[in-house]
Design a protein around this ligand. Structure first.
Ligand code: 13P
Length: 307
């Protein structure tokens, strides 16, 4: 069972003082109600230290917005994974579309950055997503497949990676992918992960959605079987809105994938799904009995074909 993860990407917003205030407000707005979901905040580099101190007494993770692939050296304006680790970050976002679009990031440099971040013990949020022109010309799957495969080339530690699907046309535009549109791409990504890393990774890798997520659409997105939380831009700059999105993820942690069993994530043997319809708790038991596949069918529970 995958725990959802919601991260606020503050991008190039807020001074250090404003970041500290916002982080404090987020903690206050959350209260006690988010234990069912992982939460992170990604302020500007300048505010990592100060925000990290605010988050110390909370369960919220400190996240960096990028990192370089060398430890040190003549790379003016860059910050290394080693520095990010030393300041207390547990995650780093890599390959955000704004980095790709405005700063020349390629799948090859994304791959180098991920490798270095993992070497430094950081967990990585790898961002992928197609532009509007790519979607309209029907190459979404090709683009996503290339970004995932080349981004992860030579990387074995998939357990330390979260993938964020962020369609470029939905970022900061107010246009959200429909929950069905997003879930389709998430399942496609999950299938690639299954091909590359095997069935456990297919089941366990977390795939966030990003692109105009707001309190009003979060619950529907997070109820989809392959959407494991969100990478939130604009709405994370408001503590109340961000807290509402986190609460939506916390509520949808356990049950919806069983209630919503028609679209459940595994296209393999269907025996778990009728169970889910009639008795959600039986379905949860089904999920946690590891030996069920061999005694019932002798086949793995999930196939990797794209549905
Ligand atoms: P918005 O939520 O502002 O669309 O930004 C999404 C994003 O890019 C998060 O990384």
């Amino acid at each position: 069972m995958r725990k959802k993860i919601v991260v606020g990407n503050w991008k190039m917003n807020n001074t250090v003082a404003e970041s500290v205030t916002l982080a404090t407000d987020v903690i206050e707005a959350l209260g006690e109600g988010f234990s069912g979901c992982d939460v992170g905040l990604a302020p500007t580099y300048l505010a990592l230290d100060a925000v990290g101190q605010v988050l110390e007494e909370s369960d919220i993770q400190l996240v960096a917005q990028n990192c370089h692939y060398e430890n040190d050296g003549a790379f003016t304006g860059e910050v290394s994974a080693r520095m990010i680790n030393a300041i207390g970050c547990s995650y780093v976002i890599i390959g955000h579309s704004e980095r790709r679009q405005y700063f020349g990031e390629t799948n090859a440099t994304v791959n180098l950055r991920i490798k270095k971040a993992l070497t430094e013990g950081l967990k990585v949020i790898l961002c992928v997503g197609e532009t509007l022109a790519e979607r309209e010309s029907g190459v979404t799957e090709t683009v996503i497949s290339t970004q995932v495969r080349e981004g992860l080339e030579g990387i074995s530690h998939i357990g330390a990676i979260v993938i964020a699907y962020e369609p470029v046309w939905a970022i900061g535009t107010g246009k959200t992918a429909s929950s069905a549109q997003a879930d389709e791409v998430h399942l496609f990504i999950r299938t690639i992960i299954g091909e590359l890393y095997g069935e456990p990774a297919f089941r366990l890798v977390r795939i966030q959605y990003g692109g105009s997520v707001k309190p009003s659409n979060a619950a529907e997105l997070f109820a989809m079987p392959n959407i494991d939380g969100g990478l939130i831009g604009g709405a994370s700059l408001n503590a109340e809105d961000f807290a509402a999105i986190i609460h939506a993820a916390s509520v949808s942690y356990v049950l919806p994938r069983y209630w919503d069993s028609e679209r459940a994530l595994c296209p393999g043997p269907k025996i778990g799904f009728p169970l889910a319809k009639s008795a959600p708790w039986a379905a949860i038991l089904w999920e946690i009995i590891p030996s069920r596949t061999s005694f019932l069918s002798g086949r793995p529970r999930c196939s990797f074909g794209v549905t």
